[in-house]
Design a binder for this molecule. Structure first.
Ligand SMILES: [Zn+2]
Length: 166
């Protein structure tokens, strides 16, 4: 069974609804480049609410574990995600409302808001740009030592090549 993830953002906020679900990591296609593998799933919760100024907001929270790819050793880097954002539902796009948003993120009032898109946005914000294992836990440590030992020769070889080419 495929859960319904399309909802009306304004109605959802005003009537303070809640949407709970799970999304398989493999479905988060915009995340694919950062991942070591696509196993597992993330839990999410969307809650409609009105903020202190009685503006409609949708809170998005995501929890679970991703397997990122370490940028140094290209190995598996487990990453726990636990992230929450409040999104202001923008009723009149382009009006003075924009000035009131300040540092809040906004989404358009739409009857076809996709929960999974909001969840994926949230995950993308939470994932580090260049994930790496902590120092001492990275498999690249041994590789780096080897590289250092051979690098003078490699550099020489490259220099020679350049000279020949020039
Ligand atoms: Zn690593």
């Amino acid at each position: 069974m495929v859960a319904v993830t399309i909802f009306d953002s304004l109605e959802f906020a005003r009537t303070k609804q809640e949407l709970l679900g799970k999304v398989e990591v493999v479905r988060l296609s915009r995340l694919a480049d950062s991942l070591f593998d696509h196993t597992g799933s993330l839990g999410y919760r969307l809650t409609g609410d009105l903020d202190a100024l009685q503006r409609p907001v949708v809170k998005v929270s995501v929890e679970g574990e991703l397997h990122l790819e370490c940028q140094r050793c290209l190995g598996k880097l487990p990453f726990l995600i636990s992230s929450e954002s409040s999104l202001l539902v923008l009723v009149h796009a382009g009006s003075a409302e924009g000035d009131a948003i300040e540092d809040l993120d906004g989404i358009p009032a739409s009857a076809e808001t996709d929960a999974l898109v909001l969840v994926e946005d949230e995950v993308l914000l939470a994932v580090p740009f260049a994930p790496r294992h902590p120092e001492g836990q990275c498999n690249a440590a041994a590789g780096t030592a080897n590289e250092l030992r051979v690098s003078p020769f490699a550099t020489l070889a490259r220099l020679r090549q350049d000279t020949v080419q020039n």
